[in-house]
Design a protein around this ligand. Structure first.
Ligand SMILES: [Zn+2]
Length: 240
């Protein structure tokens, strides 16, 4: 599990979870929880129970999944509505992959410290980690997480091709929205060198410095299809 940041005896992951819960409705039972629990259990069956990630299903406007330091993966109900078990498995595996690959270690301590001292609410925290998911990991890390996610799905016995159908759902959703290209850039008036800059200013600059965009959905799918085909070829050579 990725390292979590402790402060005043409460880990950042638990604190974020609490703040998010105070701000939006989390699914408790019904088909949505049944699906994520079933899939999550199958994906993590080989991990010791105390290191397993917990999948939460918040009602948010966005069609997204994201994670934070600690043990939680957030899977918006809107995205879950588009997914069957295989697609959901890929989404969850992708978030777990960010932890397995150490991608959350980029988070600077001041985000936790200032965020807590300013009492940022769950909505702001949610959008913070959403932006991190979309922009901060960068295309290399996203590709690595996609590849690792596919491996996790295959290891759990899922049909790889059916898992990749999640990209069709994401593409349709992106086309419906047309608003994905919001650019997070600092205002020209923001002074990067100002040590006393407020949280929002520092956050905007931090985003901007790391923002490298992310790969188009089609490129992600094409890369994974190729990987799937070469894995199948290797397997058939092994069998032959
Ligand atoms: Zn990601």
């Amino acid at each position: 599990m990725a390292s979590d940041i402790e402060m005043d005896g409460v880990s950042l992951g638990e604190w974020i979870n609490r703040e998010l819960r105070a701000d939006c409705f989390f699914e408790t039972d019904g088909w949505a929880m049944e699906r994520v629990r079933r899939v999550n259990e199958r994906l993590q069956q080989d991990r010791p129970p105390e290191t397993r990630f917990i999948v939460e299903v918040p009602w948010m406007d966005e069609t997204v999944a994201f994670t934070s330091p600690g043990r939680y993966v957030y899977f918006s109900r809107r995205l879950l509505e588009l997914c069957d078990d295989e697609a959901a498995a890929f989404v969850i595996a992708h978030e777990i992959a960010h932890h397995d690959l150490g991608h959350l270690d980029i988070l600077p301590d001041w985000i936790a410290k200032m965020g807590r001292s300013l009492h940022l609410g769950g909505a702001i925290l949610g959008s913070l980690f959403l932006e991190i998911e979309k922009r901060i990991y960068g295309p290399e890390n996203e590709c690595a997480a996609d590849r690792h996610a596919l491996d996790l799905c295959l290891a759990a016995g899922y049909d790889g091709l059916r898992c990749l159908a999640v990209f069709d759902h994401l593409e349709r959703d992106a086309l419906d929205r047309r608003d994905l290209d919001i650019v997070y850039g600092p205002d020209p008036s923001d002074d990067e060198l100002d040590e006393n800059a407020g949280f929002n200013t520092r956050l905007k600059i931090w985003f901007w410095q790391r923002s490298r965009g992310y790969l188009p959905i089609r490129d992600r799918r094409a890369m994974l299809l190729k990987r799937l085909q070469s894995l199948e070829m290797e397997a058939s050579v092994g069998r032959g």
